[in-house]
Write a protein that binds this ligand. Structure first.
Ligand SMILES: Nc1ncnc2c1ncn2[C@@H]1O[C@H](COP(=O)(O)OP(=O)(O)OP(=O)(O)O)[C@@H](O)[C@H]1O
Length: 276
């Protein structure tokens, strides 16, 4: 088993049609190792979600390579792509659980959906797997019969994590998973993710705007700026000694991490170093 569960190399992706089509990722590269959490940070529109969607095979890259567990997946299409997606090797957790949970499907059925699609086990085995998944994320098994609208926002996010984990993924892509939660739930979900990666040896790509969450959970940080990864390092390195002017601006503007944050003149100096 390779140590690298996700390798993205020189990824170029364009979105839109006709004259509106434009390049969003200009050669992005990053690596997630087994059992490690890599935070992907960057301003709005920098291409974070596009990178995650391309890893899932929802978007075809113009060029570059994506490998999951050493296997080249960026060229897959048709039946091969469907088999890869159904395998559950890579899972996606959204910011808003209501986006990904069918409001008319019970929590238990939502969690079992992927198992059913994979043709796994009989009904009793799936019920057991659902109960295990609920326990894994710290929810009572009785919640299986409820609808998503009948549980709290924090519980719903746990359900989407249970739904991802039940398939035994090697890589989980988390797109702003705690941004919609209050502070107490945010801390609990971050703790849960930490525990899962340790217990299950899952690699995670944690997309976030919030440097507080990033500091609390990730081992490494990759900084995406206008479609390019401009800095990669351990979380400590990137947050305490950022090298790229954009990262310096981002970290310096977070007062909780750096006392009062950057002065206005320092911010202007860094902005002037960034490409127009
Ligand atoms: N279907 C599309 N067609 C054309 N352009 C698109 C499409 N989807 C996204 N884009 C553009 O691609 C760029 C990257 O978008 P993306 O959603 O990946 O950014 P992001 O870093 O995830 O942003 P946010 O933090 O706001 O979620 C943005 O400029 C966006 O407007």
């Amino acid at each position: 088993m390779p140590d690298e569960v996700l390798t993205v190399r020189d990824l170029v992706v364009s979105l839109g049609r006709g004259r509106a089509r434009r390049e969003v990722l200009h050669g992005a590269s990053l690596t997630v190792r087994r059992g490690r959490i890599v935070a992907l940070i960057g301003e709005t529109g920098s291409g974070k979600t596009t990178l995650a969607r391309t890893v899932l095979g929802l978007v075809s890259p113009d060029s570059g390579e994506i490998r999951v567990d050493g296997r080249l997946v960026s060229g897959l299409s048709g039946a091969e792509l469907r088999t890869f997606r159904r395998s559950g090797q890579v899972q996606y957790v959204f910011q808003d659980p209501l986006q990904s949970l069918d409001p008319d499907l019970s929590v238990g059925d939502s969690i079992a959906e992927g198992l059913l699609a994979r043709g796994e086990g009989n009904a009793a085995a799936r019920t057991d797997a659902v109960a295990d998944a609920l326990r894994l994320v710290g929810l009572p098994v009785e919640l299986a019969s409820r609808l998503p609208g009948e549980i709290s926002g924090g519980q719903r996010q746990r359900v989407t994590i249970a739904r991802a984990m039940v398939l035994g993924p090697e890589l989980v892509l988390l797109d702003e998973p705690v941004s919609a939660l209050d502070a107490a739930n945010r801390v609990q979900i971050l703790d849960l993710l930490q525990r899962l990666r340790a217990e299950r040896n899952v690699g995670m790509l944690f997309i976030s705007h919030d440097l507080g969450s990033v500091a609390g959970i990730s081992d490494e940080v990759a900084v995406l700026y206008r479609g390019e990864i401009v800095e990669v390092g351990t979380t400590r390195q990137v947050l305490t000694d950022p090298q790229h002017p954009y990262t310096q601006l981002l970290v310096g503007s977070a007062p909780t991490l750096h006392g009062e944050g950057l002065s206005r003149s320092e911010r202007e100096r860094l902005r002037a170093l960034l490409p127009a």
